[in-house]
Ligand binder design. Sequence first.
Ligand SMILES: NC(=O)c1ccc[n+]([C@@H]2O[C@H](COP(=O)([O-])OP(=O)(O)OC[C@H]3O[C@@H](n4cnc5c(N)ncnc54)[C@H](OP(=O)(O)O)[C@@H]3O)[C@@H](O)[C@H]2O)c1
Length: 232
Amino acid sequence: MTAFVLGATGFVGREVVRQLCVRGAAPVAHVRPDSSKLAEWQKTFGEQGATVDTTPWDAPKLAARFKELFSRGSGQLYICIGTTRSKAKTDAIEGNIYETVDYGLTALAVEAVKGSETRPRLVYLSSVGANPKASSAYLSWRGKAEEVVMRSGLPYAIARPSLITGERDESRVGESTAAVIGDGLLAVAGVLGGKKLRDKWRSTTPDVLASALIRIAEAPDADKIVDGADLR
Ligand SMILES: NC(=O)c1ccc[n+]([C@@H]2O[C@H](COP(=O)([O-])OP(=O)(O)OC[C@H]3O[C@@H](n4cnc5c(N)ncnc54)[C@H](OP(=O)(O)O)[C@@H]3O)[C@@H](O)[C@H]2O)c1
């Protein structure tokens, strides 16, 4: 079983890599070739037991890499990719940032897997509320990315968590405040009988989510969308 993690340097992706290493899965952690922290990630992931891969975001190049890795047998491709306004600014991405990164890189990864003629399970980290028809650009492009995954003809598992909280490299005050207020209101809703609502929307942490992602990646049945209590 080969596990390849796209977005391995992210808040959730790095935890997926760490937990896979603890399980002895020796995953491949993808880091952008031009990452300013490449040496740091090589050290961190190397010490954990993962291999760092710096294949460029180019469909034929990724396809060739997937062919090498996944044609040995079954595999898992974790897609934990996405941008934020501040990251997109640093990356000098213009226009619709969610279309370019969240959707664009997911579509590119799926195209690469198809081009590789291998069949790993796609494990897609999406978001609660993802829907191609959503009025929010973020949720709409997440929904469109889910469609690309579901229509790929490849086995898949999609996770739709709510806010992911914890200590990040960068501060995201809005997210943590929303999680504290939201979780408080949801706790009240849970007591008043709104358990499903509470489970679907309450915040989670990278360790809990990473473990759920690995679980749905390994579950005997594929082609599922998982949220709420099933991600805990
Ligand atoms: N945060 C939340 O509360 C939340 C809630 C629900 C769903 N989600 C979804 O889950 C995804 C992952 O969450 P996270 O908190 O782990 O995100 P994160 O910490 O921001 O990590 C995002 C990952 O995507 C990579 N990335 C971003 N822009 C890129 C680009 N232009 N080219 C190549 N790689 C790029 C980053 O690489 P670098 O490290 O090299 O920048 C990083 O590995 C999010 O994008 C989001 O849509 C998040």
